[in-house]
Design a protein around this ligand. Structure first.
Ligand code: SF4
Ligand code: SF4
Ligand code: SF4
Length: 249
């Protein structure tokens, strides 16, 4: 019998919410566990593994030299690397610190002990190492996680949708929030979550990042028409995407 692929989960800077999503998968996770040899996953087991990984699944972004070295070491030991969660795929909320001078951020968070905690601007994984599969979202959408993991195990590609969340929203026959006077980032946000938030009565915050050719000017105009000023529009658009913006360095 062929050896089952060795799979490991890792976390860099993040809230661990995406790991929790995986741990909470229940029966679907048991199905997947039947196909793999899970060798490392800090949130659910204490064992670690010194050998090679067939698949490394990494959550969180790189925010300092230590996490950069750790990521490079994981990549060196892995045949396939999956970035999961918007912290890992686009920088996510961690990227907000890229909008301020780093010493200011350090001071605000750590006060007089700022020097104890060296920090760097936030980077998603692909800005440092090769990433084979992306699972966007904050947190990840569990069904997409299963789909991507199965594709990786089968050696098949997974194409992240490159159309707007609005497409999925319309398939779900939601009344558009703009018709209710509410603003929503669905028109510029990459689909793949089946419009999860809107289906459940919330707005799209843009957690999966922008589509590759977003009509930013159009989106900003619509947001302006709904009473948002330029500062608020920028904050909305950059809440998840700041680490994907060109940086001053
Ligand atoms: S993507 Fe969101 S839920 Fe996942 S680790 Fe980052 S902050 Fe947490
Ligand atoms: S509610 Fe949001 S995601 Fe749905 S159609 Fe309107 S703008 Fe698009
Ligand atoms: S609807 Fe928007 S905010 Fe919600 S999961 Fe999908 S992309 Fe993320």
């Amino acid at each position: 019998m062929m050896e089952r692929p060795k799979v490991a989960f890792f976390d860099l800077s993040c809230c661990e919410g995406c790991q929790l999503q995986v741990a909470n998968l229940g029966e679907e996770l048991l199905d997947v566990l039947g196909l793999i040899d899970l060798v490392e996953f800090r949130e659910v087991m204490s064992e670690t593994w010194e050998g090679r990984y067939d698949v490394a699944i990494v959550e969180g972004s790189v925010v300092n030299e230590e996490s950069e070295q750790r990521l490079r070491e994981i990549r060196r030991r892995s045949d396939l690397l999956i970035a999961y969660g918007s912290c890992a795929t686009i920088g996510g909320v961690n990227g907000m610190k890229n909008r301020k001078p780093l010493p200011e951020v350090q001071q605000e968070v750590y006060g007089e002990r700022a020097d104890w905690f060296p920090t760097d601007r936030t980077r998603p994984l692909h800005q440092l190492v090769k990433v084979d599969y992306f699972i966007h979202g904050c947190p990840i959408h569990p069904q997409e996680f299963i789909k991507v993991l199965k594709s990786a195990l089968a050696g098949l590609p997974y194409q992240v949708p490159d159309y707007a969340v609005c497409v999925e929203c319309k398939f779900n026959e939601n009344v558009c929030l703009y018709d209710k006077g509410v603003t929503c980032l669905g028109p510029v946000t990459r689909a793949g979550c089946n419009a999860w938030c809107v289906n459940n009565g919330n707005v799209c915050y843009g957690c999966r990042g922008l589509v590759s050719n977003p009509n930013r000017a159009g989106a900003e105009e619509v947001l302006r028409e709904h009473g948002l000023d330029a500062g608020l529009i920028a904050n909305k658009m950059l809440m998840y995407n700041a680490a994907m913006e060109p940086c001053d360095e």
